[in-house]
Design a protein around this ligand. Structure first.
Ligand code: UDP
Ligand code: MG
Length: 311
C-alpha cells in the first residue's frame, strides 16, 4: 500500500464528509493505493456514525473509537500502530490541512529520501494572539533545544516513512514534538514543506491556553529522557560530585584558616554555603544512583531500535 492517512478527530462531524470526499478525489487522481484511518478521540457528537458510514461505503476507510477523550497524541499513536502504507500522512480533521499536499509529501519521502516531512503553515489562518504569536515563540525554543531546523513543529500535516511511525511512541501532549522524538529514534533526515492552511469552517479549536504549560513540560521530559534517560548517573552524578567537591573544598579551606588562627568560623557566610553545596551534592548523587537502579530494573533497558540485521 502506498499511503496511509491518519486523521485524529474530536467532535468534527460537519467536516468529516467534506474531508473524505476531498481525500478520495486527490488519491484517485494520482492512482494511489491508500487507506484512511480515522481515530475518533471520544467525540460526543455524531462523528463516529459519520466514520461508520464512510467505512460502509468504502473499505479503504478504517475507524477506531476511543471510549473517552485521550488527546491528539493518543489518537495518532493508535493510528501509527495500524498504518500499513509505505508513507504515513497525518492530517487534522477540521479541513485546515489540505489533502492536495499529500502527493508532493509522498514524493519527498519516496524520491528525496526524507524520513519525515513536516508541513509549514507559512501563512496561517488562526487567531493572531491566541495562536500565531505564541507559536512563533514555541517554535523558536523547540528549534534551539532540539537543534532541528523546522519553522512549524506543531503542524498537523506531516508525512513519515513507514519505519518511523513503527519506531516511535507518542503520548501526553507529545504530538508537538514528533520530529524531536523521531530524531532521537535515529531518523534525522527531516524536511519541511510550505503547505496551504485554511480557516476552520466548522466547529471550534480543541486546544486552549494550557497547551503552553503542558507543552513545555513535555519538551523538558523529551529532552531529558533522550539525553539522560538511559544514564541518569551521567548528569546527576556529575553535578552532584561538582557540588560536593566545591562544598568540601570550602570546608577544607575554612578549617585550615581556623587552625592558623586567621578567622572565626562562626561568623563566616562560607560555612553555610559549604554545607549547602555538600548536602546538595550528596542528594544529586543519590538521585542519580536511584535513577540507575530504576533503569537497571526497567524491562526496556536493552531495547534498541534496529535498522538492519544480517545474521
Ligand atoms: N483532536 C483530537 N483530540 C483532542 C483534540 C483535538 O483528536 O483532544 C483533533 C481535532 O479534532 C483536529 C486536530 O486534532 O482534527 C487538531 O485540533 P484543532 O483543530 O482543534 O487544533 P488547532 O488547529 O486549533 O491547533
Ligand atoms: Mg485546527
Amino acid at each position: 500500500m502506498d499511503i496511509s492517512i491518519i486523521v485524529p478527530l474530536y467532535n468534527e462531524e460537519e467536516s468529516l464528509p467534506h474531508l473524505a470526499e476531498w481525500i478520495d478525489r486527490v488519491m484517485n487522481q494520482h492512482h494511489f493505493d491508500y487507506e484512511v484511518i480515522m481515530v475518533d478521540d471520544g467525540s460526543k457528537d455524531k462523528s463516529w456514525s459519520v466514520v461508520e458510514s464512510l467505512r460502509a461505503s468504502n473499505p479503504r476507510y478504517k475507524g477506531v473509537k476511543f471510549r473517552r477523550n485521550y488527546g491528539k497524541s493518543a489518537a495518532l499513536n493508535v493510528g501509527f500502530t495500524h498504518a500499513q502504507g509505505d508513507v504515513v500522512v497525518t492530517m487534522d480533521a477540521d479541513l485546515q490541512d489540505s489533502p492536495d499536499e499529500v502527493p508532493e509529501l509522498y514524493r519527498m519521502i519516496m524520491e528525496e529520501g526524507y524520513d519525515l516531512v513536516s508541513g509549514w503553515k507559512k501563512k496561517r489562518y488562526d487567531s493572531k494572539i491566541a495562536k500565531n504569536i505564541p507559536s512563533k515563540f514555541f517554535n523558536w525554543t523547540t528549534r534551539k533545544m532540539s537543534g532541528i531546523k523546522l519553522h512549524d513543529f506543531n503542524c498537523g500535516l506531516k508525512a513519515y516513512r513507514h519505519d518511523v511511525v513503527k519506531s516511535i511512541e507518542v503520548y501526553g501532549e507529545m504530538h508537538r514534538y514528533i520530529p524531536v522524538i523521531a530524531k532521537w529514534a535515529g531518523f534525522s533526515n527531516i524536511g519541511e514543506k510550505v503547505v496551504q492552511h485554511r480557516k476552520r469552517e466548522f466547529g471550534v479549536t480543541k486546544f486552549g491556553m494550557n497547551r503552553f504549560v503542558n507543552g513545555y513540560l513535555d519538551l523538558m521530559s523529551i529532552m531529558f529522557m533522550s539525553k539522560f534517560g538511559k544514564q541518569p548517573m551521567h548528569v546527576f552524578g556529575l553535578w552532584g560530585s561538582v557540588s560536593f567537591l566545591f562544598g568540601f573544598g570550602i570546608v577544607v579551606v575554612l578549617v585550615f584558616r581556623k587552625a592558623l588562627g586567621l578567622m572565626n568560623l562562626s561568623s563566616s557566610v562560607l560555612l553555610p554555603l559549604a554545607i549547602f553545596l555538600a548536602t546538595m551534592g550528596m542528594m544529586l548523587f543519590l538521585a542519580g544512583f536511584l535513577g540507575e537502579l530504576i533503569c537497571r530494573n526497567s524491562p526496556t533497558r536493552n531495547e534498541y531500535l534496529i535498522e538492519k540485521v544480517e545474521l
